[in-house]
Design a protein around this ligand. Structure first.
Ligand SMILES: Cc1cc2nc3c(=O)[nH]c(=O)nc-3n(C[C@H](O)[C@H](O)[C@H](O)COP(=O)(O)O)c2cc1C
Length: 192
């Protein structure tokens, strides 16, 4: 994988709302990572064609997913990035449909790309109660454990309902920026 000077981080936005709270958090994390010297890249899941897993096990039989869409190119890009920012709003106590379809497709991916990967979570929600995000956070914790990924930080933005509301929460923005910066600083010291 790339060394310090070529450290790359990818922001993955799971909200369909451009300029929304998820994108703002992801942007802020990427800005912190850029301050620490990382190259950044961002993708909006809603603007890609990512079909849902059909549970056909074609990936297990043929070594490749049967779906012909943007997922294989996205996985190749992700593989080149040492850190992934996974952003989703809370929708009905869970992640967005776009984020979930994307995660389901990890089933057919080469599992080696996940092991040892650093991820940062970015999760806005309308509720002011942290418990409302428990299933989304729990889902990511269990997936990370299962796949051997390391969650560097979980940035929650409570009480963020309206478009861009999180932009007015200075402390959340600071947390997000620091999460990006610290993850890059830490990853720079860890040998692959
Ligand atoms: C379909 C839908 C379901 C939602 N469900 C919840 C929910 O269960 N709990 C909650 O606190 N907020 C819920 N919200 C509010 C969003 O989590 C909140 O507005 C978030 O900031 C949206 O992020 P975005 O601006 O990136 O789209 C929901 C919003 C939508 C559109």
């Amino acid at each position: 994988m790339d060394g310090t000077n070529h450290m790359r981080i990818m922001g993955i936005v799971g909200s369909p709302r451009r300029g929304g709270n998820t994108e703002i958090l992801v942007d802020e994390i990427l800005a912190g990572a850029a301050e620490a010297g990382a190259g950044t890249e961002k993708i909006i899941l809603n603007e890609l064609n990512i079909l849902s897993c059909q549970a056909c096990d074609g990936c297990k039989d043929g070594g490749k997913c049967v779906q012909e869409d943007d997922m294989s190119e996205l996985l190749e890009k992700m593989e080149r990035c040492r850190i992934w920012v996974l952003g989703t709003p809370v929708y009905w106590w869970g992640p967005s449909a776009q984020l979930k379809a994307f995660i389901d497709r990890w089933y057919g991916a080469n599992q080696a790309i996940f092991k040892g990967r650093t991820i940062i979570l970015a999760i806005p929600l309308g509720s002011g109660n942290k418990k409302t995000a428990q299933h989304v956070v729990g889902m990511f914790n269990d997936i990370a454990d299962y796949l051997g990924m390391n969650i560097a930080a979980t940035v929650l933005a409570l009480g963020a309902h309206k478009l861009g509301a999180v932009g007015k929460h200075a402390s959340v923005l600071t947390n997000a920026r620091q999460a990006g910066k610290q993850a890059v600083d830490r990853a720079s010291w860890v040998q692959e």
